[in-house]
Design a protein around this ligand. Structure first.
Ligand code: BGC
Length: 407
């Protein structure tokens, strides 16, 4: 069946890559807020993670051998600025080598500045609960633009601000473990402001740079054809798709879309009156047995088409900056990728401006609350000895055919 799945062809400059984030793969990010909470026993320990800090060259060579022409990585802020306003030259040198290695391999480099971890000093001062974090992010962005700007092709200021704010300030399951609705909205505001300031400081140094944001979107469907369920979807779509992006006031050159799954929405009068709009969303975990990942989420490849279509109102280029499946058995991954790519190809054929696709993730990672149990990687990592093994599904990219050398 897998063999017969559709194999879409993409234009020459289309980016086909994989994504990762520093804290999830590098190991030993001991100046970050996550690390501190991990040591306090509040989170699973990341330890050496995938030791990517030392094994980046091997990992990128494997990525290249899979037929990928781009990588999305993140630069760990707490390594570059471990103490406020003190910049670690060795860390800069390290990332220069990392970025050059990618260039040497002919791969396009997309770099995220903030992927959920803060330097401890900033977290201690209230992180994104304060306006200070935005100014600090802008200063960090400026510093990276000055020192590494010529090694970066695409910039992402923030990864999934809405997920970060939700998990850290609404559900209280991620640092700093708070659960206050008002704070949640304030943090979202501060994140939007942080993006705008970082955008401006990158542009100040590099006026022609391409700067965007990675935002998490789900496919939303009404639970029934009833008017109220359809209305609930419209409200939820506004909050999911537009609420945060509208705050950015057009200060972004492209949209990064992180797309994972499907959510079914039922109108819920009680939440509506309580102003808890997002709580109208209900996960469907077992509808007619289509595909579910190891994390129990229902995957829905066709949904990415409709999300791309919704985002096209902003008239910007769209990159799928994350899309992946936790699938230890590796029996669903290939089809998952092919079906998402087929939906993206359809979007391209219909004139929507999708410029690339990054699978999450290149290797297995530290998956936050789930520790090392979730296997997203194109490359399996044996965390007891850091050995890499390419998963079979990864040959999918070669099968699609040579994309291009992209740069
Ligand atoms: C995040 C990643 C995470 C992935 C899988 C995304 O929302 O950006 O950091 O590992 O989901 O859960």
């Amino acid at each position: 069946m897998e063999e017969n799945a559709e194999k879409p062809k993409f234009p020459a400059k289309f980016l086909l890559g994989a994504a990762s984030a520093a804290h999830q793969v590098e190991g030993n990010n001991f100046h970050s807020d996550w690390w501190r909470y991990e040591q306090e026993g509040k989170l699973p320990k990341s330890g050496d993670a995938a030791d990517h800090y030392n094994r980046y060259a091997e990992d990128f060579e494997l990525a290249k051998s899979l037929g990928l022409n781009a990588m999305r990585i993140s630069i760990e802020w707490s390594r570059i600025e471990p103490i406020e306003n003190q910049w670690d030259e060795n860390a800069i040198e390290h990332y220069r080598k990392v970025l050059r290695k990618l260039k040497e391999l002919g791969m396009v480099r997309m770099v995220t500045l903030y992927h959920f971890t803060l330097p401890q000093w900033l977290a201690e001062e209230g992180g994104f609960e304060t306006k200070k974090a935005g100014q600090a992010l802008a200063r960090f962005a400026w510093f990276i633009a000055k020192n590494l700007g010529d090694e970066i092709d695409y910039w992402i200021t923030l990864n999934e601000p809405e997920i970060y704010a939700g998990a850290g300030f609404n559900q209280g399951v991620w640092p700093p473990f708070k659960k206050t609705k008002l704070l949640f909205y304030e943090v979202l505001n501060n994140l939007a402001e942080a993006h705008r300031l970082a955008y401006k400081s990158i542009k100040e140094v590099l006026p022609n740079s391409q700067v965007g944001i990675a935002t998490n979107k789900v496919y939303l469907e009404p639970d029934s054809n009833l008017y109220l369920d359809r209305l609930a979807v419209r409200v939820a779509k506004y909050f999911s798709n537009n609420y945060f992006l509208n705050k950015l006031k057009n200060d972004f050159d492209f949209i990064g879309l992180n797309y994972y799954f499907y959510v079914r929405i039922k109108f819920n009068l009680k939440s509506l009156f309580a102003g808890r709009f997002l709580e109208m969303a209900h996960y469907i975990s077992n509808k007619n047995g289509p595909s579910h990942s190891d994390m129990g989420v229902r995957t829905y490849p066709e949904g990415i088409y409709s999300v791309i279509e919704d985002l096209s109102v902003y008239k910007k280029d769209i990159f799928v900056t994350e899309n992946g499946i936790a699938n230890a058995g590796d029996n669903m991954r290939k089809r998952f990728i092919l079906e998402h790519l087929a939906a993206i190809k359809k979007a391209l054929d219909n004139g929507l401006k999708v410029k690339g696709y990054f699978y999450w993730s290149l290797t297995d990672t530290y998956e936050y609350l789930d520790g090392f149990d979730r296997k997203f990687g194109l490359i399996e990592v044996d965390f007891s000895n850091q050995k890499r093994r390419v998963r079979e599904a990864s040959d999918v990219f070669k099968e699609i055919g040579e994309v291009s050398n992209a740069i």
